[in-house]
Write a protein that binds this ligand. Structure first.
Ligand code: UT7
Length: 425
């Protein structure tokens, strides 16, 4: 039975609009200098009106699946860590599942604020190690710009929008997510909170008038808590995995404040080049910050096979968590072949068509019988026909993909190339 959960795919999506510190000066009483020196943030991304947390998550997830070269039908589980779901319910994970065409996957959201990604990674790893799942997609996605008070300078300068995703796969090869360590302290629940909109203070004219649907934060207290738990969680997870802190090649911390990251690095006795940060470009993207940073560390060639990484975060709840990853996957030097990328893009479009048909079937099943008693019968006939046609198209598609793969391999063999595009010795 496979005992290890490896990260084999990764992807991120950042909205296009950039809001700089200079722009923030026009919104609240702040300065670029204050934001840079107190937080390390220079700019952040803001989602457009057409975007929602699920659309960000879907884009990141598609990339992760394409990198892993795994069909969405193989997914067993999708977990979306988010504090800003599209709706209270259904879960954002279900919207992602539908858009990907991951018809065999269970899906749920996980709420642990900025620690959400580490919590989700831990759950995903455990289900794989227990043998319940083979392929699990873990996403951190947030649109914090929709839940902050744009008049509160204490919070609005800190946060940004974005999404990151990783695909975990079961393997017998030692490595992957070796250990995780999670914690919570609910006595600090009020330090970082959105007081309105839940069952305690349901949405009403009063809650809107009092602006209870936006983030309230005691920055100083959260700061003190963060510096404490980042070190503690990192040490605990290293101990659980039997890896010395000296043997950690890279720490990828939650990107909230450069001073918190520096303080953790100092108490872990890690030099700056062993701690990754992209905070200045994106601000705090909450549950999305660690997977986005992981993707960028990969893009910047900071991670290599055999490396040991600590991913560590903290957030509202209060919550915290760390994961120790032994990276075993070689990062492709060349992107996937063009035909394969086209194949995945068609695959994701087909998922939309499938979703349309599923909605259409549901509508048809709800149709009343006509006096002739024929309507439903005819609809079901049509459905069966389309189902058969769909299966036929899918079969043909798979056939074409197999043939193209064979042909590609043949050409590569003739040219003496490995699959990744490298010249074989
Ligand atoms: O993912 C978890 C999410 N949260 C966090 O990670 C937050 C952790 N905390 C922090 O990062 C820091 O506490 C902050 C960046 C929020 C604040 O930095 P600080 O050095 O702790 O500042 P402070 O709270 O001690 O406030 C210093 C002063 C205050 O003025 P007074 O009361 O001393 O006159 C604030 O009103 O800075 C003022 N201030 C600002 N000034 C200009 C607060 N925000 C701003 C601002 N621009 N944007």
């Amino acid at each position: 039975m496979p005992k290890f959960a490896h990260i084999v795919g990764w992807g991120k999506y950042m909205p296009e609009t950039i809001l700089t510190n200079k722009d923030m000066e026009g919104i609240v009483d702040t300065t670029d200098e204050w934001i840079r020196t107190r937080t390390g943030i220079e700019e952040r991304r803001i989602a457009s009106r057409e975007e929602s947390t699920s659309t960000l998550a879907i884009n990141a997830a598609r990339q992760a699946l394409t990198v892993a070269n795994i069909d969405p039908l193989k997914l067993d589980l999708i977990i979306v860590a988010t504090t800003t779901p599209d709706y209270a319910f259904p879960s954002t994970a279900c919207l992602v599942q539908d858009a990907l065409g991951a018809a065999h996957a269970a899906a749920y959201d996980l709420s642990a604020a900025c620690s959400g990604f580490i919590y989700a990674l831990s759950m995903a790893r455990d289900t794989i190690v227990a043998g319940s799942n083979r392929h699990v997609l873990v996403i951190g996605a947030e649109i914090f710009s929709r839940i902050i008070d744009w008049k509160d300078r204490n919070t609005c300068v800190l946060f940004g929008d974005g999404a990151g995703a990783v695909l975990l796969t079961a393997s017998e090869i030692p490595g992957g997510v070796l250990a995780t360590s999670l914690g919570a302290d609910g006595s600090g629940a009020d330090l970082l909170i959105i007081p309105g909109g839940g069952s305690r203070n349901p949405a009403s004219q009063e809650t809107v008038a009092e602006n209870l649907h936006t983030v309230r934060m005691n920055g100083r207290e959260v700061f003190r808590f963060a510096t404490r738990v980042m070190t503690r969680a990192s040490k605990e997870v290293a101990e659980a995995a039997h890896i010395l802190l000296e043997d950690i090649e890279l720490v990828i911390p939650h990107q909230a404040n450069a001073r918190i990251i520096e303080s953790a690095a100092k108490s872990l006795k890690m030099a700056d080049d062993r701690v990754y940060s992209n905070l200045k470009r994106y601000g705090n993207t909450s549950a999305a910050s660690i997977p986005i940073a992981l993707c960028e560390a990969i893009e910047e060639n900071r991670i290599h096979p055999g490396d040991h990484l600590i991913l560590v975060g903290f957030g509202g709840g209060l919550t915290w968590g760390a994961a120790l990853v032994q990276w075993e996957v070689s990062i492709p030097l060349t992107p996937l072949p063009r035909w394969k990328r086209i194949w995945y893009s068609l695959r994701f479009r087909w998922a939309r068509v499938e979703s349309f048909f599923r909605r259409a079937w549901r509508w048809m099943e709800g149709l009343p019988r006509t006096p002739m008693g024929q309507t439903r019968f005819l609809w079901f006939k049509a459905r069966d026909g389309l189902n058969k046609a769909g299966k036929g198209i899918s079969k043909t598609g798979k056939g074409v993909a197999k043939k193209a793969e064979k042909a590609g391999k043949g050409i590569a063999e003739k040219a003496g190339l490995s699959q990744s595009g490298e010249k074989e010795e």
